[in-house]
Design a protein around this ligand. Structure first.
Ligand code: G6P
Length: 372
């Protein structure tokens, strides 16, 4: 009913709007007054966490994209190797796991069969399993050694939005906590990032107030057949998530690429007026990364692409090459997915509406897939 949707036309719109609160709720009570993380609820003692020598993340769909981003954060802040794998592929390749492996299963519903089978396989090999989950008492957390709940609240729309942002927050918390417990050369950075993370809800809110041009742009592209998405570093999984949302909701051909991979094939797809969304990292962060992607934008634009650029407010270097510029607030490089994903959700939702599709219940999809 309309009341359930809180006055919005679709649950998805309501859930997009709820993201600042979902993010804040997921941080609540997990950062103490001194600015350190307290994740006692994990039930994995610090002594055990110090024994871990490898992290493996398993998940499906949107949760897999959160896991891909987590890999960058975990390797950076803990200096431990981390791999992220599609849960449906994981156990069939005889993965190397032992008692010093931490497997993280990310799942909104906690009932995804592929993810459940992957975690069962990991536990059989003696690995410790930590669930990042949005549904209290669901199967995945019940079968895990430890759980960190996301506090997104119930997500009704099939296409995941607020659950994704809270999965990212939970992944950052785990990465930072492992860094804190194990002590790494990034020790100071951990404290500073915790502070920035604790304020990120405000930035998500700010993005939400600037989405009208994105909706207008989406409506103008309703007749297109293809949209491409490019990103580097954590912007690459954001590009994949943008493409997934468009497939799910708008039933359009959409693909995400690592921008550096363009020249190895995808650039052949660039033709006149094809929309290409590019996720640009902060120029204040790793500037090499930023400069590389600016040249990628120039390359595709020279070949006729219509460039839709998501960049940090004040990033003047991208402006001359952006046919459409979507500005997001400054965040540390690793946290940018929390703000950069939001315009892509709005974009996909508006395109679906413009194409007359059912936003909350896309064809052929289920909210939770309980078969392998
Ligand atoms: C389904 C949903 C996706 C979701 C995926 C994983 O395919 O349609 O939106 O990302 O399952 O779900 P989970 O509940 O494990 O996060």
């Amino acid at each position: 009913s309309a009341a359930e949707k809180g006055g919005y036309d679709y649950f998805m719109l309501k859930e997009i709007a709820e993201q600042p609160k979902a993010v804040a709720d997921t941080l609540l009570g997990r950062i103490d007054a001194s600015g350190s993380l307290t994740l006692d609820e994990l039930r994995l003692p610090d002594s055990e966490l110090r024994e871990i020598d490898k992290v493996v993340i398993v998940a499906c769909g949107t949760a897999y994209h959160a896991g891909m981003i987590a890999k960058y954060a975990i390797e950076h802040w803990t200096r431990m190797p981390c791999e992220t794998e599609l849960a449906s592929e994981f156990r069939y390749r005889d993965p190397i796991l032992d008692t010093r492996t931490l497997v993280i299963a990310v799942s909104q519903s906690g009932e995804t069969m592929d993810t459940l089978m992957a975690l069962r396989h990991a536990r059989e090999q003696g690995a410790k399993v930590l669930a990042i989950c949005n549904t209290n008492g669901s199967t995945i957390p019940r079968e895990s050694d430890a759980v960190l709940y996301t506090h997104a609240g119930p997500e009704v729309a099939v296409a995941s939005t607020k659950a994704f942002l809270t999965q990212l927050v939970a992944c950052y918390l785990v990465a930072l906590y492992l860094g804190q417990v194990r002590g790494t050369k990034w020790g100071d950075e951990v404290g500073a990032v915790i502070r920035e993370l604790s304020e990120i809800g405000t930035q998500v809110e700010e993005v939400l107030t600037t989405m009208e041009p994105v909706r207008e742009l989406a409506r103008g592209l309703a007749g297109k057949n293809t949209v491409l998405f490019l990103g580097r570093h954590v912007g690459f999984p954001v590009a994949l998530e943008g493409a997934l949302k468009l497939k799910e909701l708008a039933y359009m051909h959409a693909e995400g690429f690592a921008a550096g991979e363009l020249k190895h094939g995808p650039i052949a797809l660039i033709e006149d007026d094809v929309p290409v969304v590019v996720v640009v990292p902060s120029p204040r962060g790793r500037s090499v990364l930023h400069d590389k992607i600016v040249s990628n934008i120039q390359e595709i634009r020279a070949r006729g692409a219509r460039t839709i650029v998501i960049a940090e407010r004040g990033d003047e270097a991208v402006r001359p090459y952006a046919d459409h510029l979507i500005e997001v607030p400054h965040t540390p490089t690793l946290l940018q997915p929390l703000v950069a994903t939001v315009p892509l959700q709005v974009f996909a939702c508006e395109l679906a509406t413009a194409r007359g599709n059912e936003v909350d219940q896309p064809r052929n999809l289920a909210k939770s897939v309980t078969v392998e």
